[in-house]
Design a protein around this ligand. Structure first.
Ligand code: ACM
Ligand code: ZN
Length: 512
């Protein structure tokens, strides 16, 4: 039996000499039949075996046994023992079993990942005892569907891939200057007008445009389908509704929500827009609360992302309503107005039992009391927020921005954001910076990779930018290795990447 390569690497793994083989007449014995069926469904397409699921344990020979364990520290923990005629999976929580199933899929010959029956394969896995749990509870991947739109089929594939690497959070960036992608029943123009742009700039904001109308959106039915699909796979979708900035598509649909009140068009080029939601008009908050109300109805996630990044203050400085708000609330300036804006939204979310998460600009002018900060402009915002006692998700652009070039030889790569993030740099991602006080480290919930899609016009391209870098992020977030041996990572990836071929994923090949 060859070496075992698992991504992410388990916390503890011991080899034993005795392999486990899956015979056609194997049974799944499960205290929870629905869970057993999930495993059977993973194993069926490639093997063609219709493994029966029994609640009763009538003998453990040729069996995969799912056993309830007593709860430990992590609800995502599981153990797996394979050898002889049994494969035993134990977990206290459904989430732990789902991770165990992914480990089973990676331990079996990789043909198991095929969607069609593969004959002539000996379905044998190495003898192992694995005792596994994640280092961090927030292990995420973000996807921007505003700059380019990806259909529900790809969203499901994306979710499957997150599950395969034991990521548990999908941060779905649903609204942007260049497109509003979530149906809101009370404001149909958000998608009718805001879901489409007239054309798209060519390259890095050249002055040339492609002349092609572009757009799309998810119906609420599709969103529900995605949320359910993710939940079945142990993944929480955190929706992002951007405010006060990155809102031009919404302003194009409902111009009275901006400071100028007219003249907005869904943006056709990239970058930061000066037009943002007005902070002075009460209608803006009525609108945002209505939008969030429908959003909460679709997404059970405890966390709701409200953006908060890249909101220039030029319009607020010139707006009578915004200036009146600053006066009325006794605020010092537009930065405090941003803080007031976020606090107001936080109050509303908290009253509904949800928690606010936002990009690190929400530190500007004072952080809302219960807010969780997503540190993206490096780690400084996350360090400051954690040391001040706030929860933090660490996604520094210097390690986690998968829209950056994968090679320093940019000419050899497809067009990307003009910054560099080779795999080796991703692998150096340290989730808890040393500047965070020891007693505050528990505020680091985890981290995530971010996929901004200005330069990713289709899902093949998203996959190319995502892999293999997302695998390194998943590995770091699961077991947070103290030592980072890049040569060893590359060797593991060389053994593993054919699994992505089996899954039909377009990835960047390793440098030879
Ligand atoms: C961001 O990349 N603007 C959060
Ligand atoms: Zn205003």
């Amino acid at each position: 039996m060859t070496d075992i390569t698992l991504f992410p690497q388990p916390a503890r793994l011991e080899r034993s000499g005795e392999t486990f083989s899956l015979p056609p007449d194997a049974r799944i014995i499960a205290h929870d039949r629905a869970l057993g069926e999930i495993l059977a469904n993973y194993l069926r397409p490639a093997t063609g075996f219709a493994l029966p699921v029994d609640a009763a344990n009538n003998g453990e020979t040729n069996a995969i046994i799912l056993e309830a364990a007593t709860a430990g520290d992590s609800p995502e923990a599981y153990s797996l023992v394979a050898g002889g005629t049994t494969l035993r999976l134990r977990a206290a929580d459904r989430r732990g079993f789902l991770h165990a199933f992914q480990t089973v899929r990676q331990l079996l010959p990789r043909q198991i990942l095929s969607r069609e029956v593969v004959t002539g394969v000996d379905w044998t896995m190495p003898g192992v005892a694995i005792d596994d749990e994640p280092a961090f509870g927030w292990r995420g991947m973000h996807l921007d569907v505003g700059r380019h739109f990806f259909p529900l089929d790809f969203i499901k594939k994306f979710i499957d891939l997150l599950a395969f690497y034991k990521l548990n959070t999908f941060h779905w960036h649903l609204t942007e200057d260049q497109g509003w992608r979530i149906e809101i029943k009370k404001y149909p123009l958000l998608t009718e007008i805001g879901g489409y742009r007239a054309e798209t700039v060519i390259g890095h904001n050249s002055d040339e445009y492609d002349g092609q109308p572009y757009g799309g959106f998810y119906t609420q039915g599709e969103i529900r389908e995605a949320v359910a699909y993710a939940a079945e796979r142990g993944i929480t979708i955190v929706p992002e509704i951007e405010m006060p900035g990155h809102a031009v598509a919404a302003l194009a649909a409902y111009p009275h929500l901006g400071c100028r009140g007219e003249g907005y068009q869904v943006r056709t080029k990239w970058g930061i827009a000066e037009d943002i939601f007005c902070a002075g008009k009460d209608e803006v908050f009525d609108f945002l609360e209505d939008v969030l109300d429908e959003t909460l109805g679709l997404f059970p996630s405890e966390y709701i992302h409200i953006g908060g990044d890249e909101a220039p203050k030029a319009r607020w400085e010139q707006c009578l309503a915004c200036q009146a708000r600053i006066q009325a609330e006794g605020l010092a300036d537009e930065h405090e107005l941003q803080s007031w804006f976020i606090r107001r939204i936080e109050n509303w979310l908290n009253a509904g039992g949800r928690r606010l998460v936002g990009w690190d600009e929400i530190l500007e002018g004072g952080l809302a009391p219960n807010a969780t900060v997503m540190s993206w402009r490096g780690s400084e915002g996350g360090i400051a927020a954690a040391n001040a006692g706030h929860d933090v998700v660490m996604t520094p652009n210097t390690y986690c921005y998968l829209d950056y070039y994968q090679s320093l030889d940019r000419d050899s790569e497809p067009l990307a954001i003009p910054s560099d993030l080779p795999l080796q740099q991703v692998w150096d991602y340290v989730v808890i910076p040393p500047q965070i006080d020891k007693e505050k480290r528990h505020h680091i919930l985890g981290g995530q990779g971010n996929i901004w899609t200005e330069y990713m016009p289709n899902s093949d391209h998203v996959e190319y930018m995502m892999f293999p870098r997302a695998i390194a992020i998943a590995d770091v977030l699961w077991h947070h290795p103290q030592e980072r041996d890049y040569a060893a990572l590359v060797e593991r990836l060389r053994a593993h990447l054919p699994s992505l071929d089996a899954l039909g994923v377009n990835y960047r090949a390793l440098d030879s």
